[in-house]
Write a protein that binds this ligand. Structure first.
Ligand code: MN
Ligand code: MN
Length: 455
């Protein structure tokens, strides 16, 4: 249901605008989960958080962080209440849909050098052609040294991209359904076209490999043990003549990651231990060592129990989880007047209406959703209203329309109270996604209120 705009709360809009300047910077740098983890750790260190792997014991007020394989981080502020009384957990994911270079990516055809990709997460493939793209990631060489790749963000850098057929010759292509206009194997990026002097075969490819060798000291075969992500190039920017929105790549779900992180950075002396966990691999099912299904988080809580001197830390971790409350934060589908028919307008998320709560996500019978308990939801309502946070409720589109999942059900398995919360997005999973600045700010306020709320 469209409610009063949260902008009305702010006669002076400067706090909202200023907060989003920080967010734009964060989003512009954090093009991959590794880069977000890296800048997350920077922010934590600056705020006095210390590397938890070097800590020998914990006491109330201590601030620590842990990093899992460079792609998944968790931050804690130890509360004044015993750990066993539970944690207040903010969780979000920091991976976003993109294209990944294949293990054997580079080939030459007709004097043209191309890089083969496999897309990651759900993408409308036709959205990724004819736009400037950047390359970010790492190559790990056989001697285990790691090379950081970063091409296409500096204005003096070249960009790469994917070609599309000219309109003049598209009679056949335009008859295809949208899912087939551009196919997965057609998402190959253009890398070069100058032949290496004195070479007969694959001369242009050899030239590109030489450039990689010179700049990064890597060989073609090193690309097997690499993680090079192809993302939209360029910075996040203000959107709309009134600058009310931010356009950028990766709002899903770095917008919830940033607001969650800022909430814990700006929290002092909580009663309940505050946690912010940022996970990888949500877009492909929360799998793997750095995804939400990994035992990393469970092991970490056991480690914390041990540092707090509790007997039987594994069992203590279970009890801590059972008494915890969580906001599983992920973006919501923002109601778009151009595509109104996919939503139930009474239960849709609107730009400018603040932090979105989803009792359940899923689709067609709530399949795969967490479906939060009303007892917990009522506590959330009270907490948000007492802190004067502008919030709304939504489900993901009409019942039979489609749907999607989040990490909520995974943490729900620990028998804790979890509800989905987040920020409405337009163009979700497109190279350019849009959020409302005031929603970003209300989310931050809501997350902070959650960490400090009374039971
Ligand atoms: Mn998401
Ligand atoms: Mn997503």
């Amino acid at each position: 249901m469209y409610r009063k705009s949260a902008w009305n709360k702010y006669k002076d809009k400067a706090p909202v605008m200023e907060f989003c300047e920080g967010y734009k910077e964060f989003l512009s740098y954090g093009k991959t989960e590794r880069l977000v983890a890296e800048e997350g750790v920077e922010l934590l260190k600056k705020a006095g958080f210390v590397d938890g792997s070097e800590v020998k014991s914990i006491k109330p007020g201590d601030k620590l962080y842990f990093v899992n394989r460079n792609k998944n981080i968790a931050a804690f502020i130890i509360g004044s209440k015993p750990l066993a009384e539970g944690l207040r957990i903010l969780g979000a994911h920091i991976d976003s849909p993109r294209l990944d270079l294949k293990e054997n990516p580079i080939y030459e055809d007709s004097g043209f050098v191309l890089g083969d990709t496999h897309y990651y997460g759900g993408v409308k493939k036709y959205q990724w052609v004819t736009i400037p793209l950047a390359l970010h990631g790492v190559v790990v060489k056989k001697d285990l040294t790691k090379v950081k790749i970063d091409i296409g963000e500096d204005p003096s850098d070249p960009v790469v991209g994917i070609t599309d057929l000219l309109i003049h010759l598209s009679a056949d292509q335009l008859q295809k359904p949208a899912a087939k206009v551009i196919e997965g194997e057609g998402l190959d990026i253009s890398l070069g076209s100058i032949p290496l002097e004195g070479e007969e075969k694959e001369a242009a490819k050899k030239n590109v490999l030489n450039i990689l060798k010179e700049k990064y000291d890597i060989e073609e075969e090193d690309l097997v043990s690499a993680e090079i992500e192809v993302t939209p190039a360029g910075k996040a920017r203000d959107y709309g003549l009134d600058r009310s929105m931010v356009a950028g790549y990766g709002h899903d779900d770095r917008v919830c990651a940033y607001t969650s992180l800022k909430a814990i950075l700006d929290t002092e002396a909580p009663e309940y231990t505050s946690v912010c966990i940022l996970v990888d691999k949500e877009e492909i099912g929360s799998v793997g060592a750095t995804g939400a299904q990994s035992l990393f988080f469970e092991n970490l809580i056991a480690k914390l129990a041990k540092l707090a001197g509790l007997d039987n830390p594994m069992l203590a971790a279970r009890e801590i989880f059972e008494n915890s409350k969580m906001l599983s934060s992920d973006v919501s589908a923002g109601f778009d007047p151009l595509y109104a028919s996919v939503n139930d307008p009474k239960n849709a998320a609107y730009f400018g209406n603040g932090l979105v709560f989803n009792k359940y996500t899923g689709s067609r019978g709530k399949s795969g959703s967490n479906d939060a308990n009303p007892e917990y939801y009522a506590w959330i309502r009270r907490t948000m209203d007492e802190a004067n946070v502008h919030w709304q409720n939504a489900e993901l589109g009409k019942v039979d329309q489609g749907g999607g999942g989040t990490i909520a059900y995974i943490l729900g398995n620990y028998n804790m109270n979890v509800i989905d919360a987040g920020i409405a997005v337009h163009n979700m999973h497109a190279p350019m996604e849009i959020v409302s600045k005031v929603d970003v700010y209300e989310a931050y306020l809501g997350y902070k209120a959650f960490l400090l709320a009374k039971d």
